[in-house]
Design a protein around this ligand. Structure first.
Ligand code: ADP
Length: 363
């Protein structure tokens, strides 16, 4: 039997369960012994009851659930070599040398480091008598495949990350609800949405929910933004519109790199237009609730492809990440995608916004 484990790490995202389910079932179908690792890298380091064998029915009735049923955590121990030694020991004890990691760029970076170190970790464990010679021989190569779970759609290499589409649904539901009350009272609503460095959620809901103005990190506003937004809102009201919707991405900034906050926008609108203005910060609602059909299918396809990639990989294969390109699931070199994603974040920090968009566009 081939030992295969799946875990979810970093921020949760709707659709992760579909991926876990597909990994387990395709793994079993292809004759693997499949394990869950609970609570991400922390479970791998702690071992024991955190690493449990999965069967066909252990993933029944999870595809419709949000979050991740096997838990996710941030783990400081795994960032230290001693933590990774413990993690390797726990995997060897169960005969696991195939891993599917579902997480963001941090989790995938950790996975790549783990694989690079695997040989030296095993040498040290053998020398210290912490693993058997047989365990050492049987598990000399670690194979890793990554899947990206993130509601922000902020990963280079894939058209969509698992969870983004569901987050869009959550935001649009909320805006639709706000619109009816805003209409009644002729109010202006400012909605703050998630996304960190990435304005994808804001720009897509801006389009889908008919927003009047959208603030995103990739296109910092000019100094005259206050005048521009007031003119735009006034124009809409003059044409008969009874409400205004403004979307502020959580990473929105001005040309000096200073944050644009919902509070700031509210003050501008109230001071200049005297409109009844309210703020709604959607927060963690965006991460919750059931996954959309798209995310269930995306998670399922990616999970299945991940197991096939592991089974087809030879011992020296570099880790890959399963991505969506057009409507195809493709395998891309994991570290190149992570590197490019980090370059985007760096370009944003250095205020090279066009460069960031160009780098993202290339993916
Ligand atoms: P995400 O995967 O969503 O980007 P984090 O960046 O918080 O989230 O990473 C999740 C976990 O992955 C961390 O808590 C840590 O255990 C592991 N990790 C992240 N970066 C590294 C690294 N450079 N080396 C080892 N482990 C890492």
């Amino acid at each position: 039997d081939k030992g295969l484990a799946v875990f979810t790490s970093g921020g949760d995202a709707q659709g992760m369960n579909a991926a876990v389910r597909a990994v387990v079932r395709v793994g079993l179908y292809l004759g693997c012994k499949v394990y869950f690792i609970r609570e991400g890298y922390q479970g791998m380091v702690d071992g024991g009851e955190h690493i449990v064998e999965a069967n066909w029915s252990s993933v029944s009735c999870i595809i419709h659930k949000g979050g991740t049923i096997i838990g996710s955590a941030r783990c400081m121990d795994f960032k230290k070599r001693e933590g990774r030694l413990k993690a390797a020991q726990n995997l060897i004890e169960k005969g696991i040398n195939n891993l599917v990691v579902i997480g963001g760029d941090g989790s995938l970076t950790g996975a790549d480091l783990f694989r690079q170190e695997w040989g030296s970790l095993l040498d040290e464990l053998l020398k210290d008598g912490r693993i058997s010679k047989e365990g050492f021989e049987k598990n000399k190569n670690l194979k890793i495949v990554g899947l990206v779970g993130s509601i922000d759609n902020d990963f280079c290499g894939t058209d969509m990350t698992i969870g983004t589409d569901s987050a869009l649904h959550r935001i649009i539901e909320a805006i639709d609800a706000i619109v009816s009350t805003a209409y009644s009272h002729q109010r202006t609503f400012i909605m703050e949405v998630m996304g960190r460095h990435c304005g994808y959620l804001a720009i897509v809901v801006g389009l889908a929910a008919e927003a009047d103005y959208v603030f995103i990190p990739e296109e910092p506003v000019e100094n005259d933004w206050e005048t521009k937004i007031c003119e735009k809102l006034q124009l809409e009201r003059a044409s008969g519109q009874r409400l205004n919707i403004i979307i502020v991405s959580e990473g929105a900034i001005d040309r000096n790199g200073q944050p644009i906050t919902a509070e700031q926008v509210k003050n501008v609108v109230e001071k200049n237009l005297h409109q009844d203005t309210r703020i709604t910060v959607l927060g963690h609602v965006q991460r919750g609730g059931s996954p959309s059909a798209f995310d269930r299918v995306l998670g399922s396809r990616m999970g299945a492809e991940a197991v096939m990639a592991l089974m087809e990989a030879d011992d020296s294969a570099e880790p890959c990440v399963i991505s969506l390109d057009g409507n195809q699931a493709v395998r891309l070199p994991l570290m190149e995608c992570v590197k490019q994603t980090k370059e985007v974040a760096k370009a944003m920090e250095e205020k090279k916004w066009d460069r960031a968009v160009e780098l993202r566009g290339k993916s």
